[in-house]
Design a protein around this ligand. Sequence first.
Ligand code: ATP
Ligand code: MN
Length: 286
Amino acid sequence: MKILLPVDGSSHALNAVRYVAERLWPRLDDTELVLLHVHYRVPPRAASAVGRTVVEGYYRSEAEAALKNAQKLLDQRGIAYTALRQPGYPGKVIPQYAESMKADLVVMGSHGLGAAKGLLLGSVTQAVIADCKTPLLVIRDGQLPPEKGEVLVAVDGSAYTRRAVAYLLRHRAQFAPRGRITLMHVSPSPGRLLTAVDRILEKERRADSERAMQPAKRLLDKVGVKYKALNVTGDPGERIASHARGNHAGLIVMGSHGRGSMTSLLLGSVTQKTLAAARAPVLIVR
Ligand code: ATP
Ligand code: MN
């Protein structure tokens, strides 16, 4: 498995490195790890004023500072990696690099050194989500999730979920080593079921919810992987995140979009809400 770890020197990025070192690395055999720091270019006029040597020295010391704690963590654990720096816009360079190295996974912190802590995600992570074809694992700051936590797969019956489940199965030794997989489909809460029409709609909702589960179930059944299937009602993003919190999930797996109509969004609204509310790492597969 080839893993790209973009780092900016923040505690968030370091936590992403820690997740890879402690949770993925022990379960990987043939692995390539790349630490990447992307630094902005000094504008040409300023660069020519101070000279190339000064600019190069500046780039080097910036990158060293950003990479230092990640390198130290990997060195201490005897994990092999390549550390690189690239000039340009992080949100552009990271997806490009992931593609050029044919990465199987990009692992990033939810935030970075920036000050915008109120945001759902930092701007670099958002840009990578928008641009990157490679599956992306978003790690939050703070304690790593429990090792034995369940793997919660948000399912809506779309091609996106099918791809997410297929990816999870391909790498289940890393992401679901204990095989505790829960499929969850959330549909709107039933109304008050007062009229005959309400009851017909409710019956349809149930059937629809069952249908949404089918593709994921089929994939898991085919390879004989056990799972739990939950059909619940309510707001999808909230239900997924609250289930994950209540059950101390180790990982949430989602497609980048689902069956919603908001395809103009960077991410489906359920993925966005889940990212906002969940503590567990979120794996986004497109
Ligand atoms: P903003 O920069 O928008 O103020 P932020 O700093 O909180 O917000 P991001 O910059 O998106 O959040 O950082 C999120 C993650 O993106 C980091 O944990 C790290 O994995 C990666 N990252 C951020 N900047 C760089 C960079 N210059 N080079 C490599 N990776 C980066
Ligand atoms: Mn930043």
